[in-house]
Design a protein around this ligand. Structure first.
Ligand code: ADP
Ligand code: MG
Length: 689
C-alpha cells in the first residue's frame, strides 16, 4: 500500500479519471486527498453536496486495503455503497436492515481482505466481539461520515457515535478522516477530542454560498401561513421547501398551499412509504412545495430549489444552515427566508423542557441502576415512569455516562460524573437557542454571520451583497420604506452623537440621547440598523462576562463614510416597513392593505417596495445593470454594495440617466468624490441603448 504514497499530481488525477470516472477535482478536494493518502488524520468540514465522500474514497483506493466507513443513516450508506459498487469496487455493508447471513458474509469478505470498502452502522459497535473481529485485520483507512453526530454539542447527536472514541484505538494505525457539513469550532474541537486525533489537520471550506439571498423577517405567527402562500404564489419562487416547527403546522400549511399549487407535508409521523413518495414526487417536480418538520432533503439531490422558508426560528444555526443550503444547488439565484418573532423563542423553551427532563428524574433512574443488567421495560415499570419520559431520561443518562444499555436492551449503572455533563449540555443547548435568536436580530450581513459561526474566519469579511442587510432593495419578503422628516432628524442626531463619542453600546447611546424615551428603544435600534444598512454606521454584536454569565450587547460606531458625511447630504436610508407584518405580499389592485394597528406614518408614507412596474422598462433595465455593476464594484473594493451607491440614488440615476459627470452630480446622493470614483462607469451604463 505504500507504493502509491506521495504521488505527483497527475497520478491522482489519473486515478480520479480511471477509477471514479470524474474529469477533475473540485476545489479543495485534492489537498484533502493528499493529506489522507499520506496517512494524516483529517477533519473535513465542507457543505453538503461539496463532494466530501471522494475525500475518503479516492485515498482509500490509493492506500489499498480496506477502508472502513462509519455512517449513521442506512439510506446514505446504501446509496454510497451502490454508487461505489457500480464503479466496480468491492463493497460490503453491515447494518440492521440486512439479514444475518449477509452480515456474516461481509465479515468473512473483510477478513479475507477482499473488500475495498466496508460500511458499518455505529450501533454495530455495541455487538460483542464485533470490534475484535474488525481488529483482526486492520483497515487501511477509517472514515467517519456525518462526524458531528459524535458531539453532544452538535445538532444531531447519536449516542452510538460516542462509542467510536473507545473503539478507534483498536483499529489503528490507520488514519482517521472525520467528515461533516456542520460543525462549529466547538463541535470541531469535540470531534477531534472524542476520536483522539489531536494532530489532525483541519480542512474547513466553502461555507459561502454566492447565489443565496437570505432574508430574516420578524412576523407574528398568525400571519405566517398566508404570507408563505402569497410568497410562493409566484412560480419563479418554486420549487420550495418550507420548514415548520410542528407536524400540525406542517399539515395545515401544506393543505393551504395545496389549494394554489401541488404541495405536501413531510414529517416523522407519516408512514415511511408516504414520506418516500413525497420525496420522489418533489424530486421529479410533480410537487412544487414540501412543508417539512424534519431534515427533509437529506436524501434528495434536487438542484433547482428556488426558495427555502423557515416559518419559525430554527433551534440551531447548524440545522438552519444545512436547510437553507438545499436552495440553489444549480448556482442560480435563490432565496432563504426566515420568519420569526420572540414568541418562537418561547416555543423552543417549551421543547427544551420536554427534551431535557429535570435532573431529579435522571437521579431516580440512576439510583435504581446497578452492576447487574436490568431489563429496560422492567425498570420502567418499577419506577412507574411514563415511557416517553423514561426513554428520554435513560438516553440522557447513557449520553452522559451515568448508565449503559447493551444490545439486548438491558441497563446498567455508569459513573458518577454524569450530572455535570448533563448540566453542561443543557446549558449548551440553551446557548444555541440564544445564538439563533441573536442571528435573527442581528444587523450584520447574514451570510458573513453564518460563515463566521462555522469558524471559517478566512472568509468572514466580505458582505454577501444579497441579504436583507446588504441589499434591502432586493428583498422579496422584507419591506422597507423611506424615513419621514422626524426620523431623518433623529438620524442626524445619532450621527452627530457618534461623531463626538467613541464607540459604545447602543443601550447606553439610547439612554444618553433620549433619557425620557422620546424615541423608543425599538425605534432607535431600527434606525441604527437602517443607518448601518446605508453604510454610515457600523454595528457589532459583542459579549462580555459578568458573574459567570455571558451578556450580549451591540456596539455602534461611525463608518468612514459616516464620519465624512457632509451635513448637507440628503440622508439615504430605508426603514423596515412594519406593514410587512400585516399584509406582506405585494398584491396589485387589491386596494388598501388590511391595517391592524399600523401607525399613521406607515399609512401616509408611501412604502418603498421598489415596484419596477412603476418605472419605464428602460429605467428598470438600467437599474439592473447598475445593480450588477455595483455588486461587482462592492466585491472589488470589499465593501457592502450600499457603500458604492445607495438604493435610492441608484434608482434616481436609472430614471434620470445622466451621461456626463455634471449631470450625474445633479442626482441627489452623488457628490464630487463619488462622481470622480465611479462617475465614468455609471455614465457609460446610462448611455447604453
Ligand atoms: P457531500 O458528502 O459533501 O455532501 P458527496 O460526496 O455526496 O457530497 O458529493 C456530491 C455530489 O458531487 C455527488 O454526486 C458526487 O458524485 C459529485 N462529485 C464529487 N466530487 C466530484 C468531482 N470532482 N467532479 C464531479 N462531481 C463530483
Ligand atoms: Mg456526505
Amino acid at each position: 500500500m505504500a507504493t502509491i504514497l506521495h504521488q505527483p499530481s497527475e497520478t491522482l488525477v489519473a486515478l480520479l479519471q480511471r477509477d471514479f470516472g470524474l474529469s477533475s477535482f473540485r476545489v479543495n478536494q485534492e489537498v484533502v486527498c493528499r493529506a489522507v493518502i499520506q496517512g494524516r488524520d483529517v477533519l473535513l468540514v465542507m457543505p453538503t453536496g461539496a463532494g466530501k465522500s471522494l475525500c475518503f474514497q479516492l485515498p482509500g483506493i490509493a492506500r489499498g486495503g480496506t477502508t472502513l466507513v462509519i455512517s449513521p443513516l442506512i439510506a446514505l450508506m446504501e446509496d454510497q455503497a451502490a454508487k461505489l459498487a457500480s464503479l466496480g469496487f468491492s463493497v460490503a455493508r453491515i447494518h440492521s436492515g440486512l439479514d444475518r447471513a449477509l452480515s456474516r458474509q461481509a465479515c468473512a469478505e473483510y477478513l479475507s481482505g477482499a473488500l475495498q470498502f466496508l460500511f458499518i452502522a455505529p450501533e454495530r459497535l455495541r455487538v460483542p466481539g464485533f470490534i475484535e473481529m474488525l481488529a483482526k485485520r486492520k483497515p487501511s483507512l477509517i472514515a467517519i461520515d456525518e462526524a458531528h453526530c459524535i458531539s453532544q454539542w452538535g445538532h444531531d447527536f447519536r449516542p452510538d457515535y460516542r462509542m467510536l472514541g473507545q473503539f478507534v484505538p483498536a483499529l489503528r494505525p490507520a488514519p482517521v478522516i472525520a467528515l461533516t457539513a456542520t460543525a462549529t469550532s466547538r463541535v470541531q474541537d469535540d470531534i477531534i477530542a472524542q476520536l483522539g486525533m489531536a494532530d489532525a489537520s483541519r480542512f474547513i471550506y466553502g461555507f459561502r454560498r454566492e447565489n443565496l439571498g437570505i432574508e430574516v423577517v420578524e412576523m407574528s405567527p398568525s400571519l405566517r401561513p398566508t404570507f408563505v402562500a402569497d410568497l410562493l404564489h409566484d412560480p419563479a419562487r418554486r420549487p420550495a421547501i418550507v420548514y415548520a416547527l410542528t407536524r400540525k403546522q406542517a399539515e395545515a400549511l401544506a393543505a393551504q398551499l395545496s389549494s394554489k399549487f401541488p404541495s405536501a407535508a413531510y414529517h416523522a409521523g407519516l408512514d415511511p412509504r408516504l414520506r418516500e413518495s413525497v420525496q420522489q414526487e418533489f424530486q421529479q417536480g410533480r410537487l412544487h412545495a414540501v412543508v417539512a418538520t424534519v431534515a427533509f432533503g437529506m436524501g434528495i439531490d434536487k438542484a433547482d430549489v428556488r426558495t427555502i422558508v423557515h416559518t419559525s426560528l430554527p433551534g440551531t444555526l447548524e440545522a438552519y444552515y444545512q436547510e437553507i443550503g438545499r436552495a440553489g444547488r444549480d448556482g442560480l439565484p435563490s432565496r432563504a427566508i426566515l420568519l420569526y418573532s420572540y414568541a418562537d423563542r418561547k416555543m423552543h423553551e417549551f421543547f427544551f423542557e420536554r427534551d431535557y427532563p429535570p435532573v431529579e428524574e435522571l437521579d431516580r433512574v440512576y439510583r435504581r441502576l446497578g452492576d447487574e443488567p436490568l431489563e429496560k421495560e422492567y425498570l420502567r415499570a418499577k419506577l412507574r415512569m411514563e415511557s416517553d419520559l423514561f426513554d428520554r431520561v435513560l438516553e440522557k443518562l447513557v449520553i452522559h455516562g451515568g448508565g449503559a444499555v447493551d444490545f439486548e436492551e438491558n441497563a446498567v449503572r455508569g459513573a458518577q460524573g454524569w450530572r455535570d455533563s448533563y448540566a453542561a449540555e443543557s446549558q449548551r443547548r440553551k446557548a444555541q437557542l440564544d445564538l439563533a435568536m441573536q442571528y435573527a436580530e442581528s444587523s450584520q450581513c447574514r451570510m458573513t454571520s453564518l460563515i463566521r459561526h462555522f469558524g471559517d474566519l478566512t472568509d468572514a469579511r466580505r458582505p454577501c451583497g444579497h441579504c436583507d442587510v446588504c441589499a434591502p432593495h432586493a428583498c422579496v419578503a422584507r419591506r422597507f420604506r423611506a424615513p419621514d422628516e422626524s426620523e431623518k432628524q433623529t438620524a442626524w442626531a445619532v450621527i452627530h452623537s457618534l461623531k463626538k463619542s467613541s464607540a459604545g453600546s447602543t443601550g447606553r447611546l439610547h439612554k444618553d440621547m433620549f433619557p425620557r424615551e422620546q424615541v423608543s428603544r425599538d425605534a432607535f435600534e431600527n434606525l441604527l440598523q437602517a443607518l448601518a444598512g446605508a453604510g454610515l454606521v457600523r454595528l457589532e454584536e459583542l459579549t462580555f462576562e459578568k458573574d459567570g454569565r455571558t451578556i450580549a450587547y451591540r456596539r455602534a460606531s461611525l463608518t468612514q463614510e459616516g464620519e465624512e458625511l457632509p451635513p448637507t447630504d440628503p440622508l439615504d436610508f430605508v426603514l423596515p416597513d412594519s406593514s410587512n407584518h400585516v399584509a406582506p405580499a405585494r398584491r396589485k389592485n387589491e386596494g388598501k392593505r388590511s391595517g391592524t394597528g399600523t401607525s399613521s406614518k406607515t399609512a401616509t408614507t408611501p412604502a418603498r417596495p421598489l415596484d419596477t412596474s412603476e418605472m419605464s422598462a428602460h429605467a428598470a433595465a438600467i437599474e439592473d445593470k447598475l445593480r450588477a455593476w455595483r455588486l461587482a464594484a462592492a466585491r472589488k473594493h470589499g465593501v457592502p454594495a450600499y457603500c458604492i451607491v445607495g438604493n435610492k440614488t441608484m434608482r434616481d440615476i436609472a430614471q434620470q440617466r445622466p451621461i456626463t459627470l455634471e449631470q450625474l452630480q445633479c442626482v441627489s446622493g452623488i457628490g464630487p468624490s463619488k462622481a470622480e470614483k465611479f462617475g465614468e462607469e455609471i455614465c457609460r451604463i446610462c448611455a447604453q441603448p
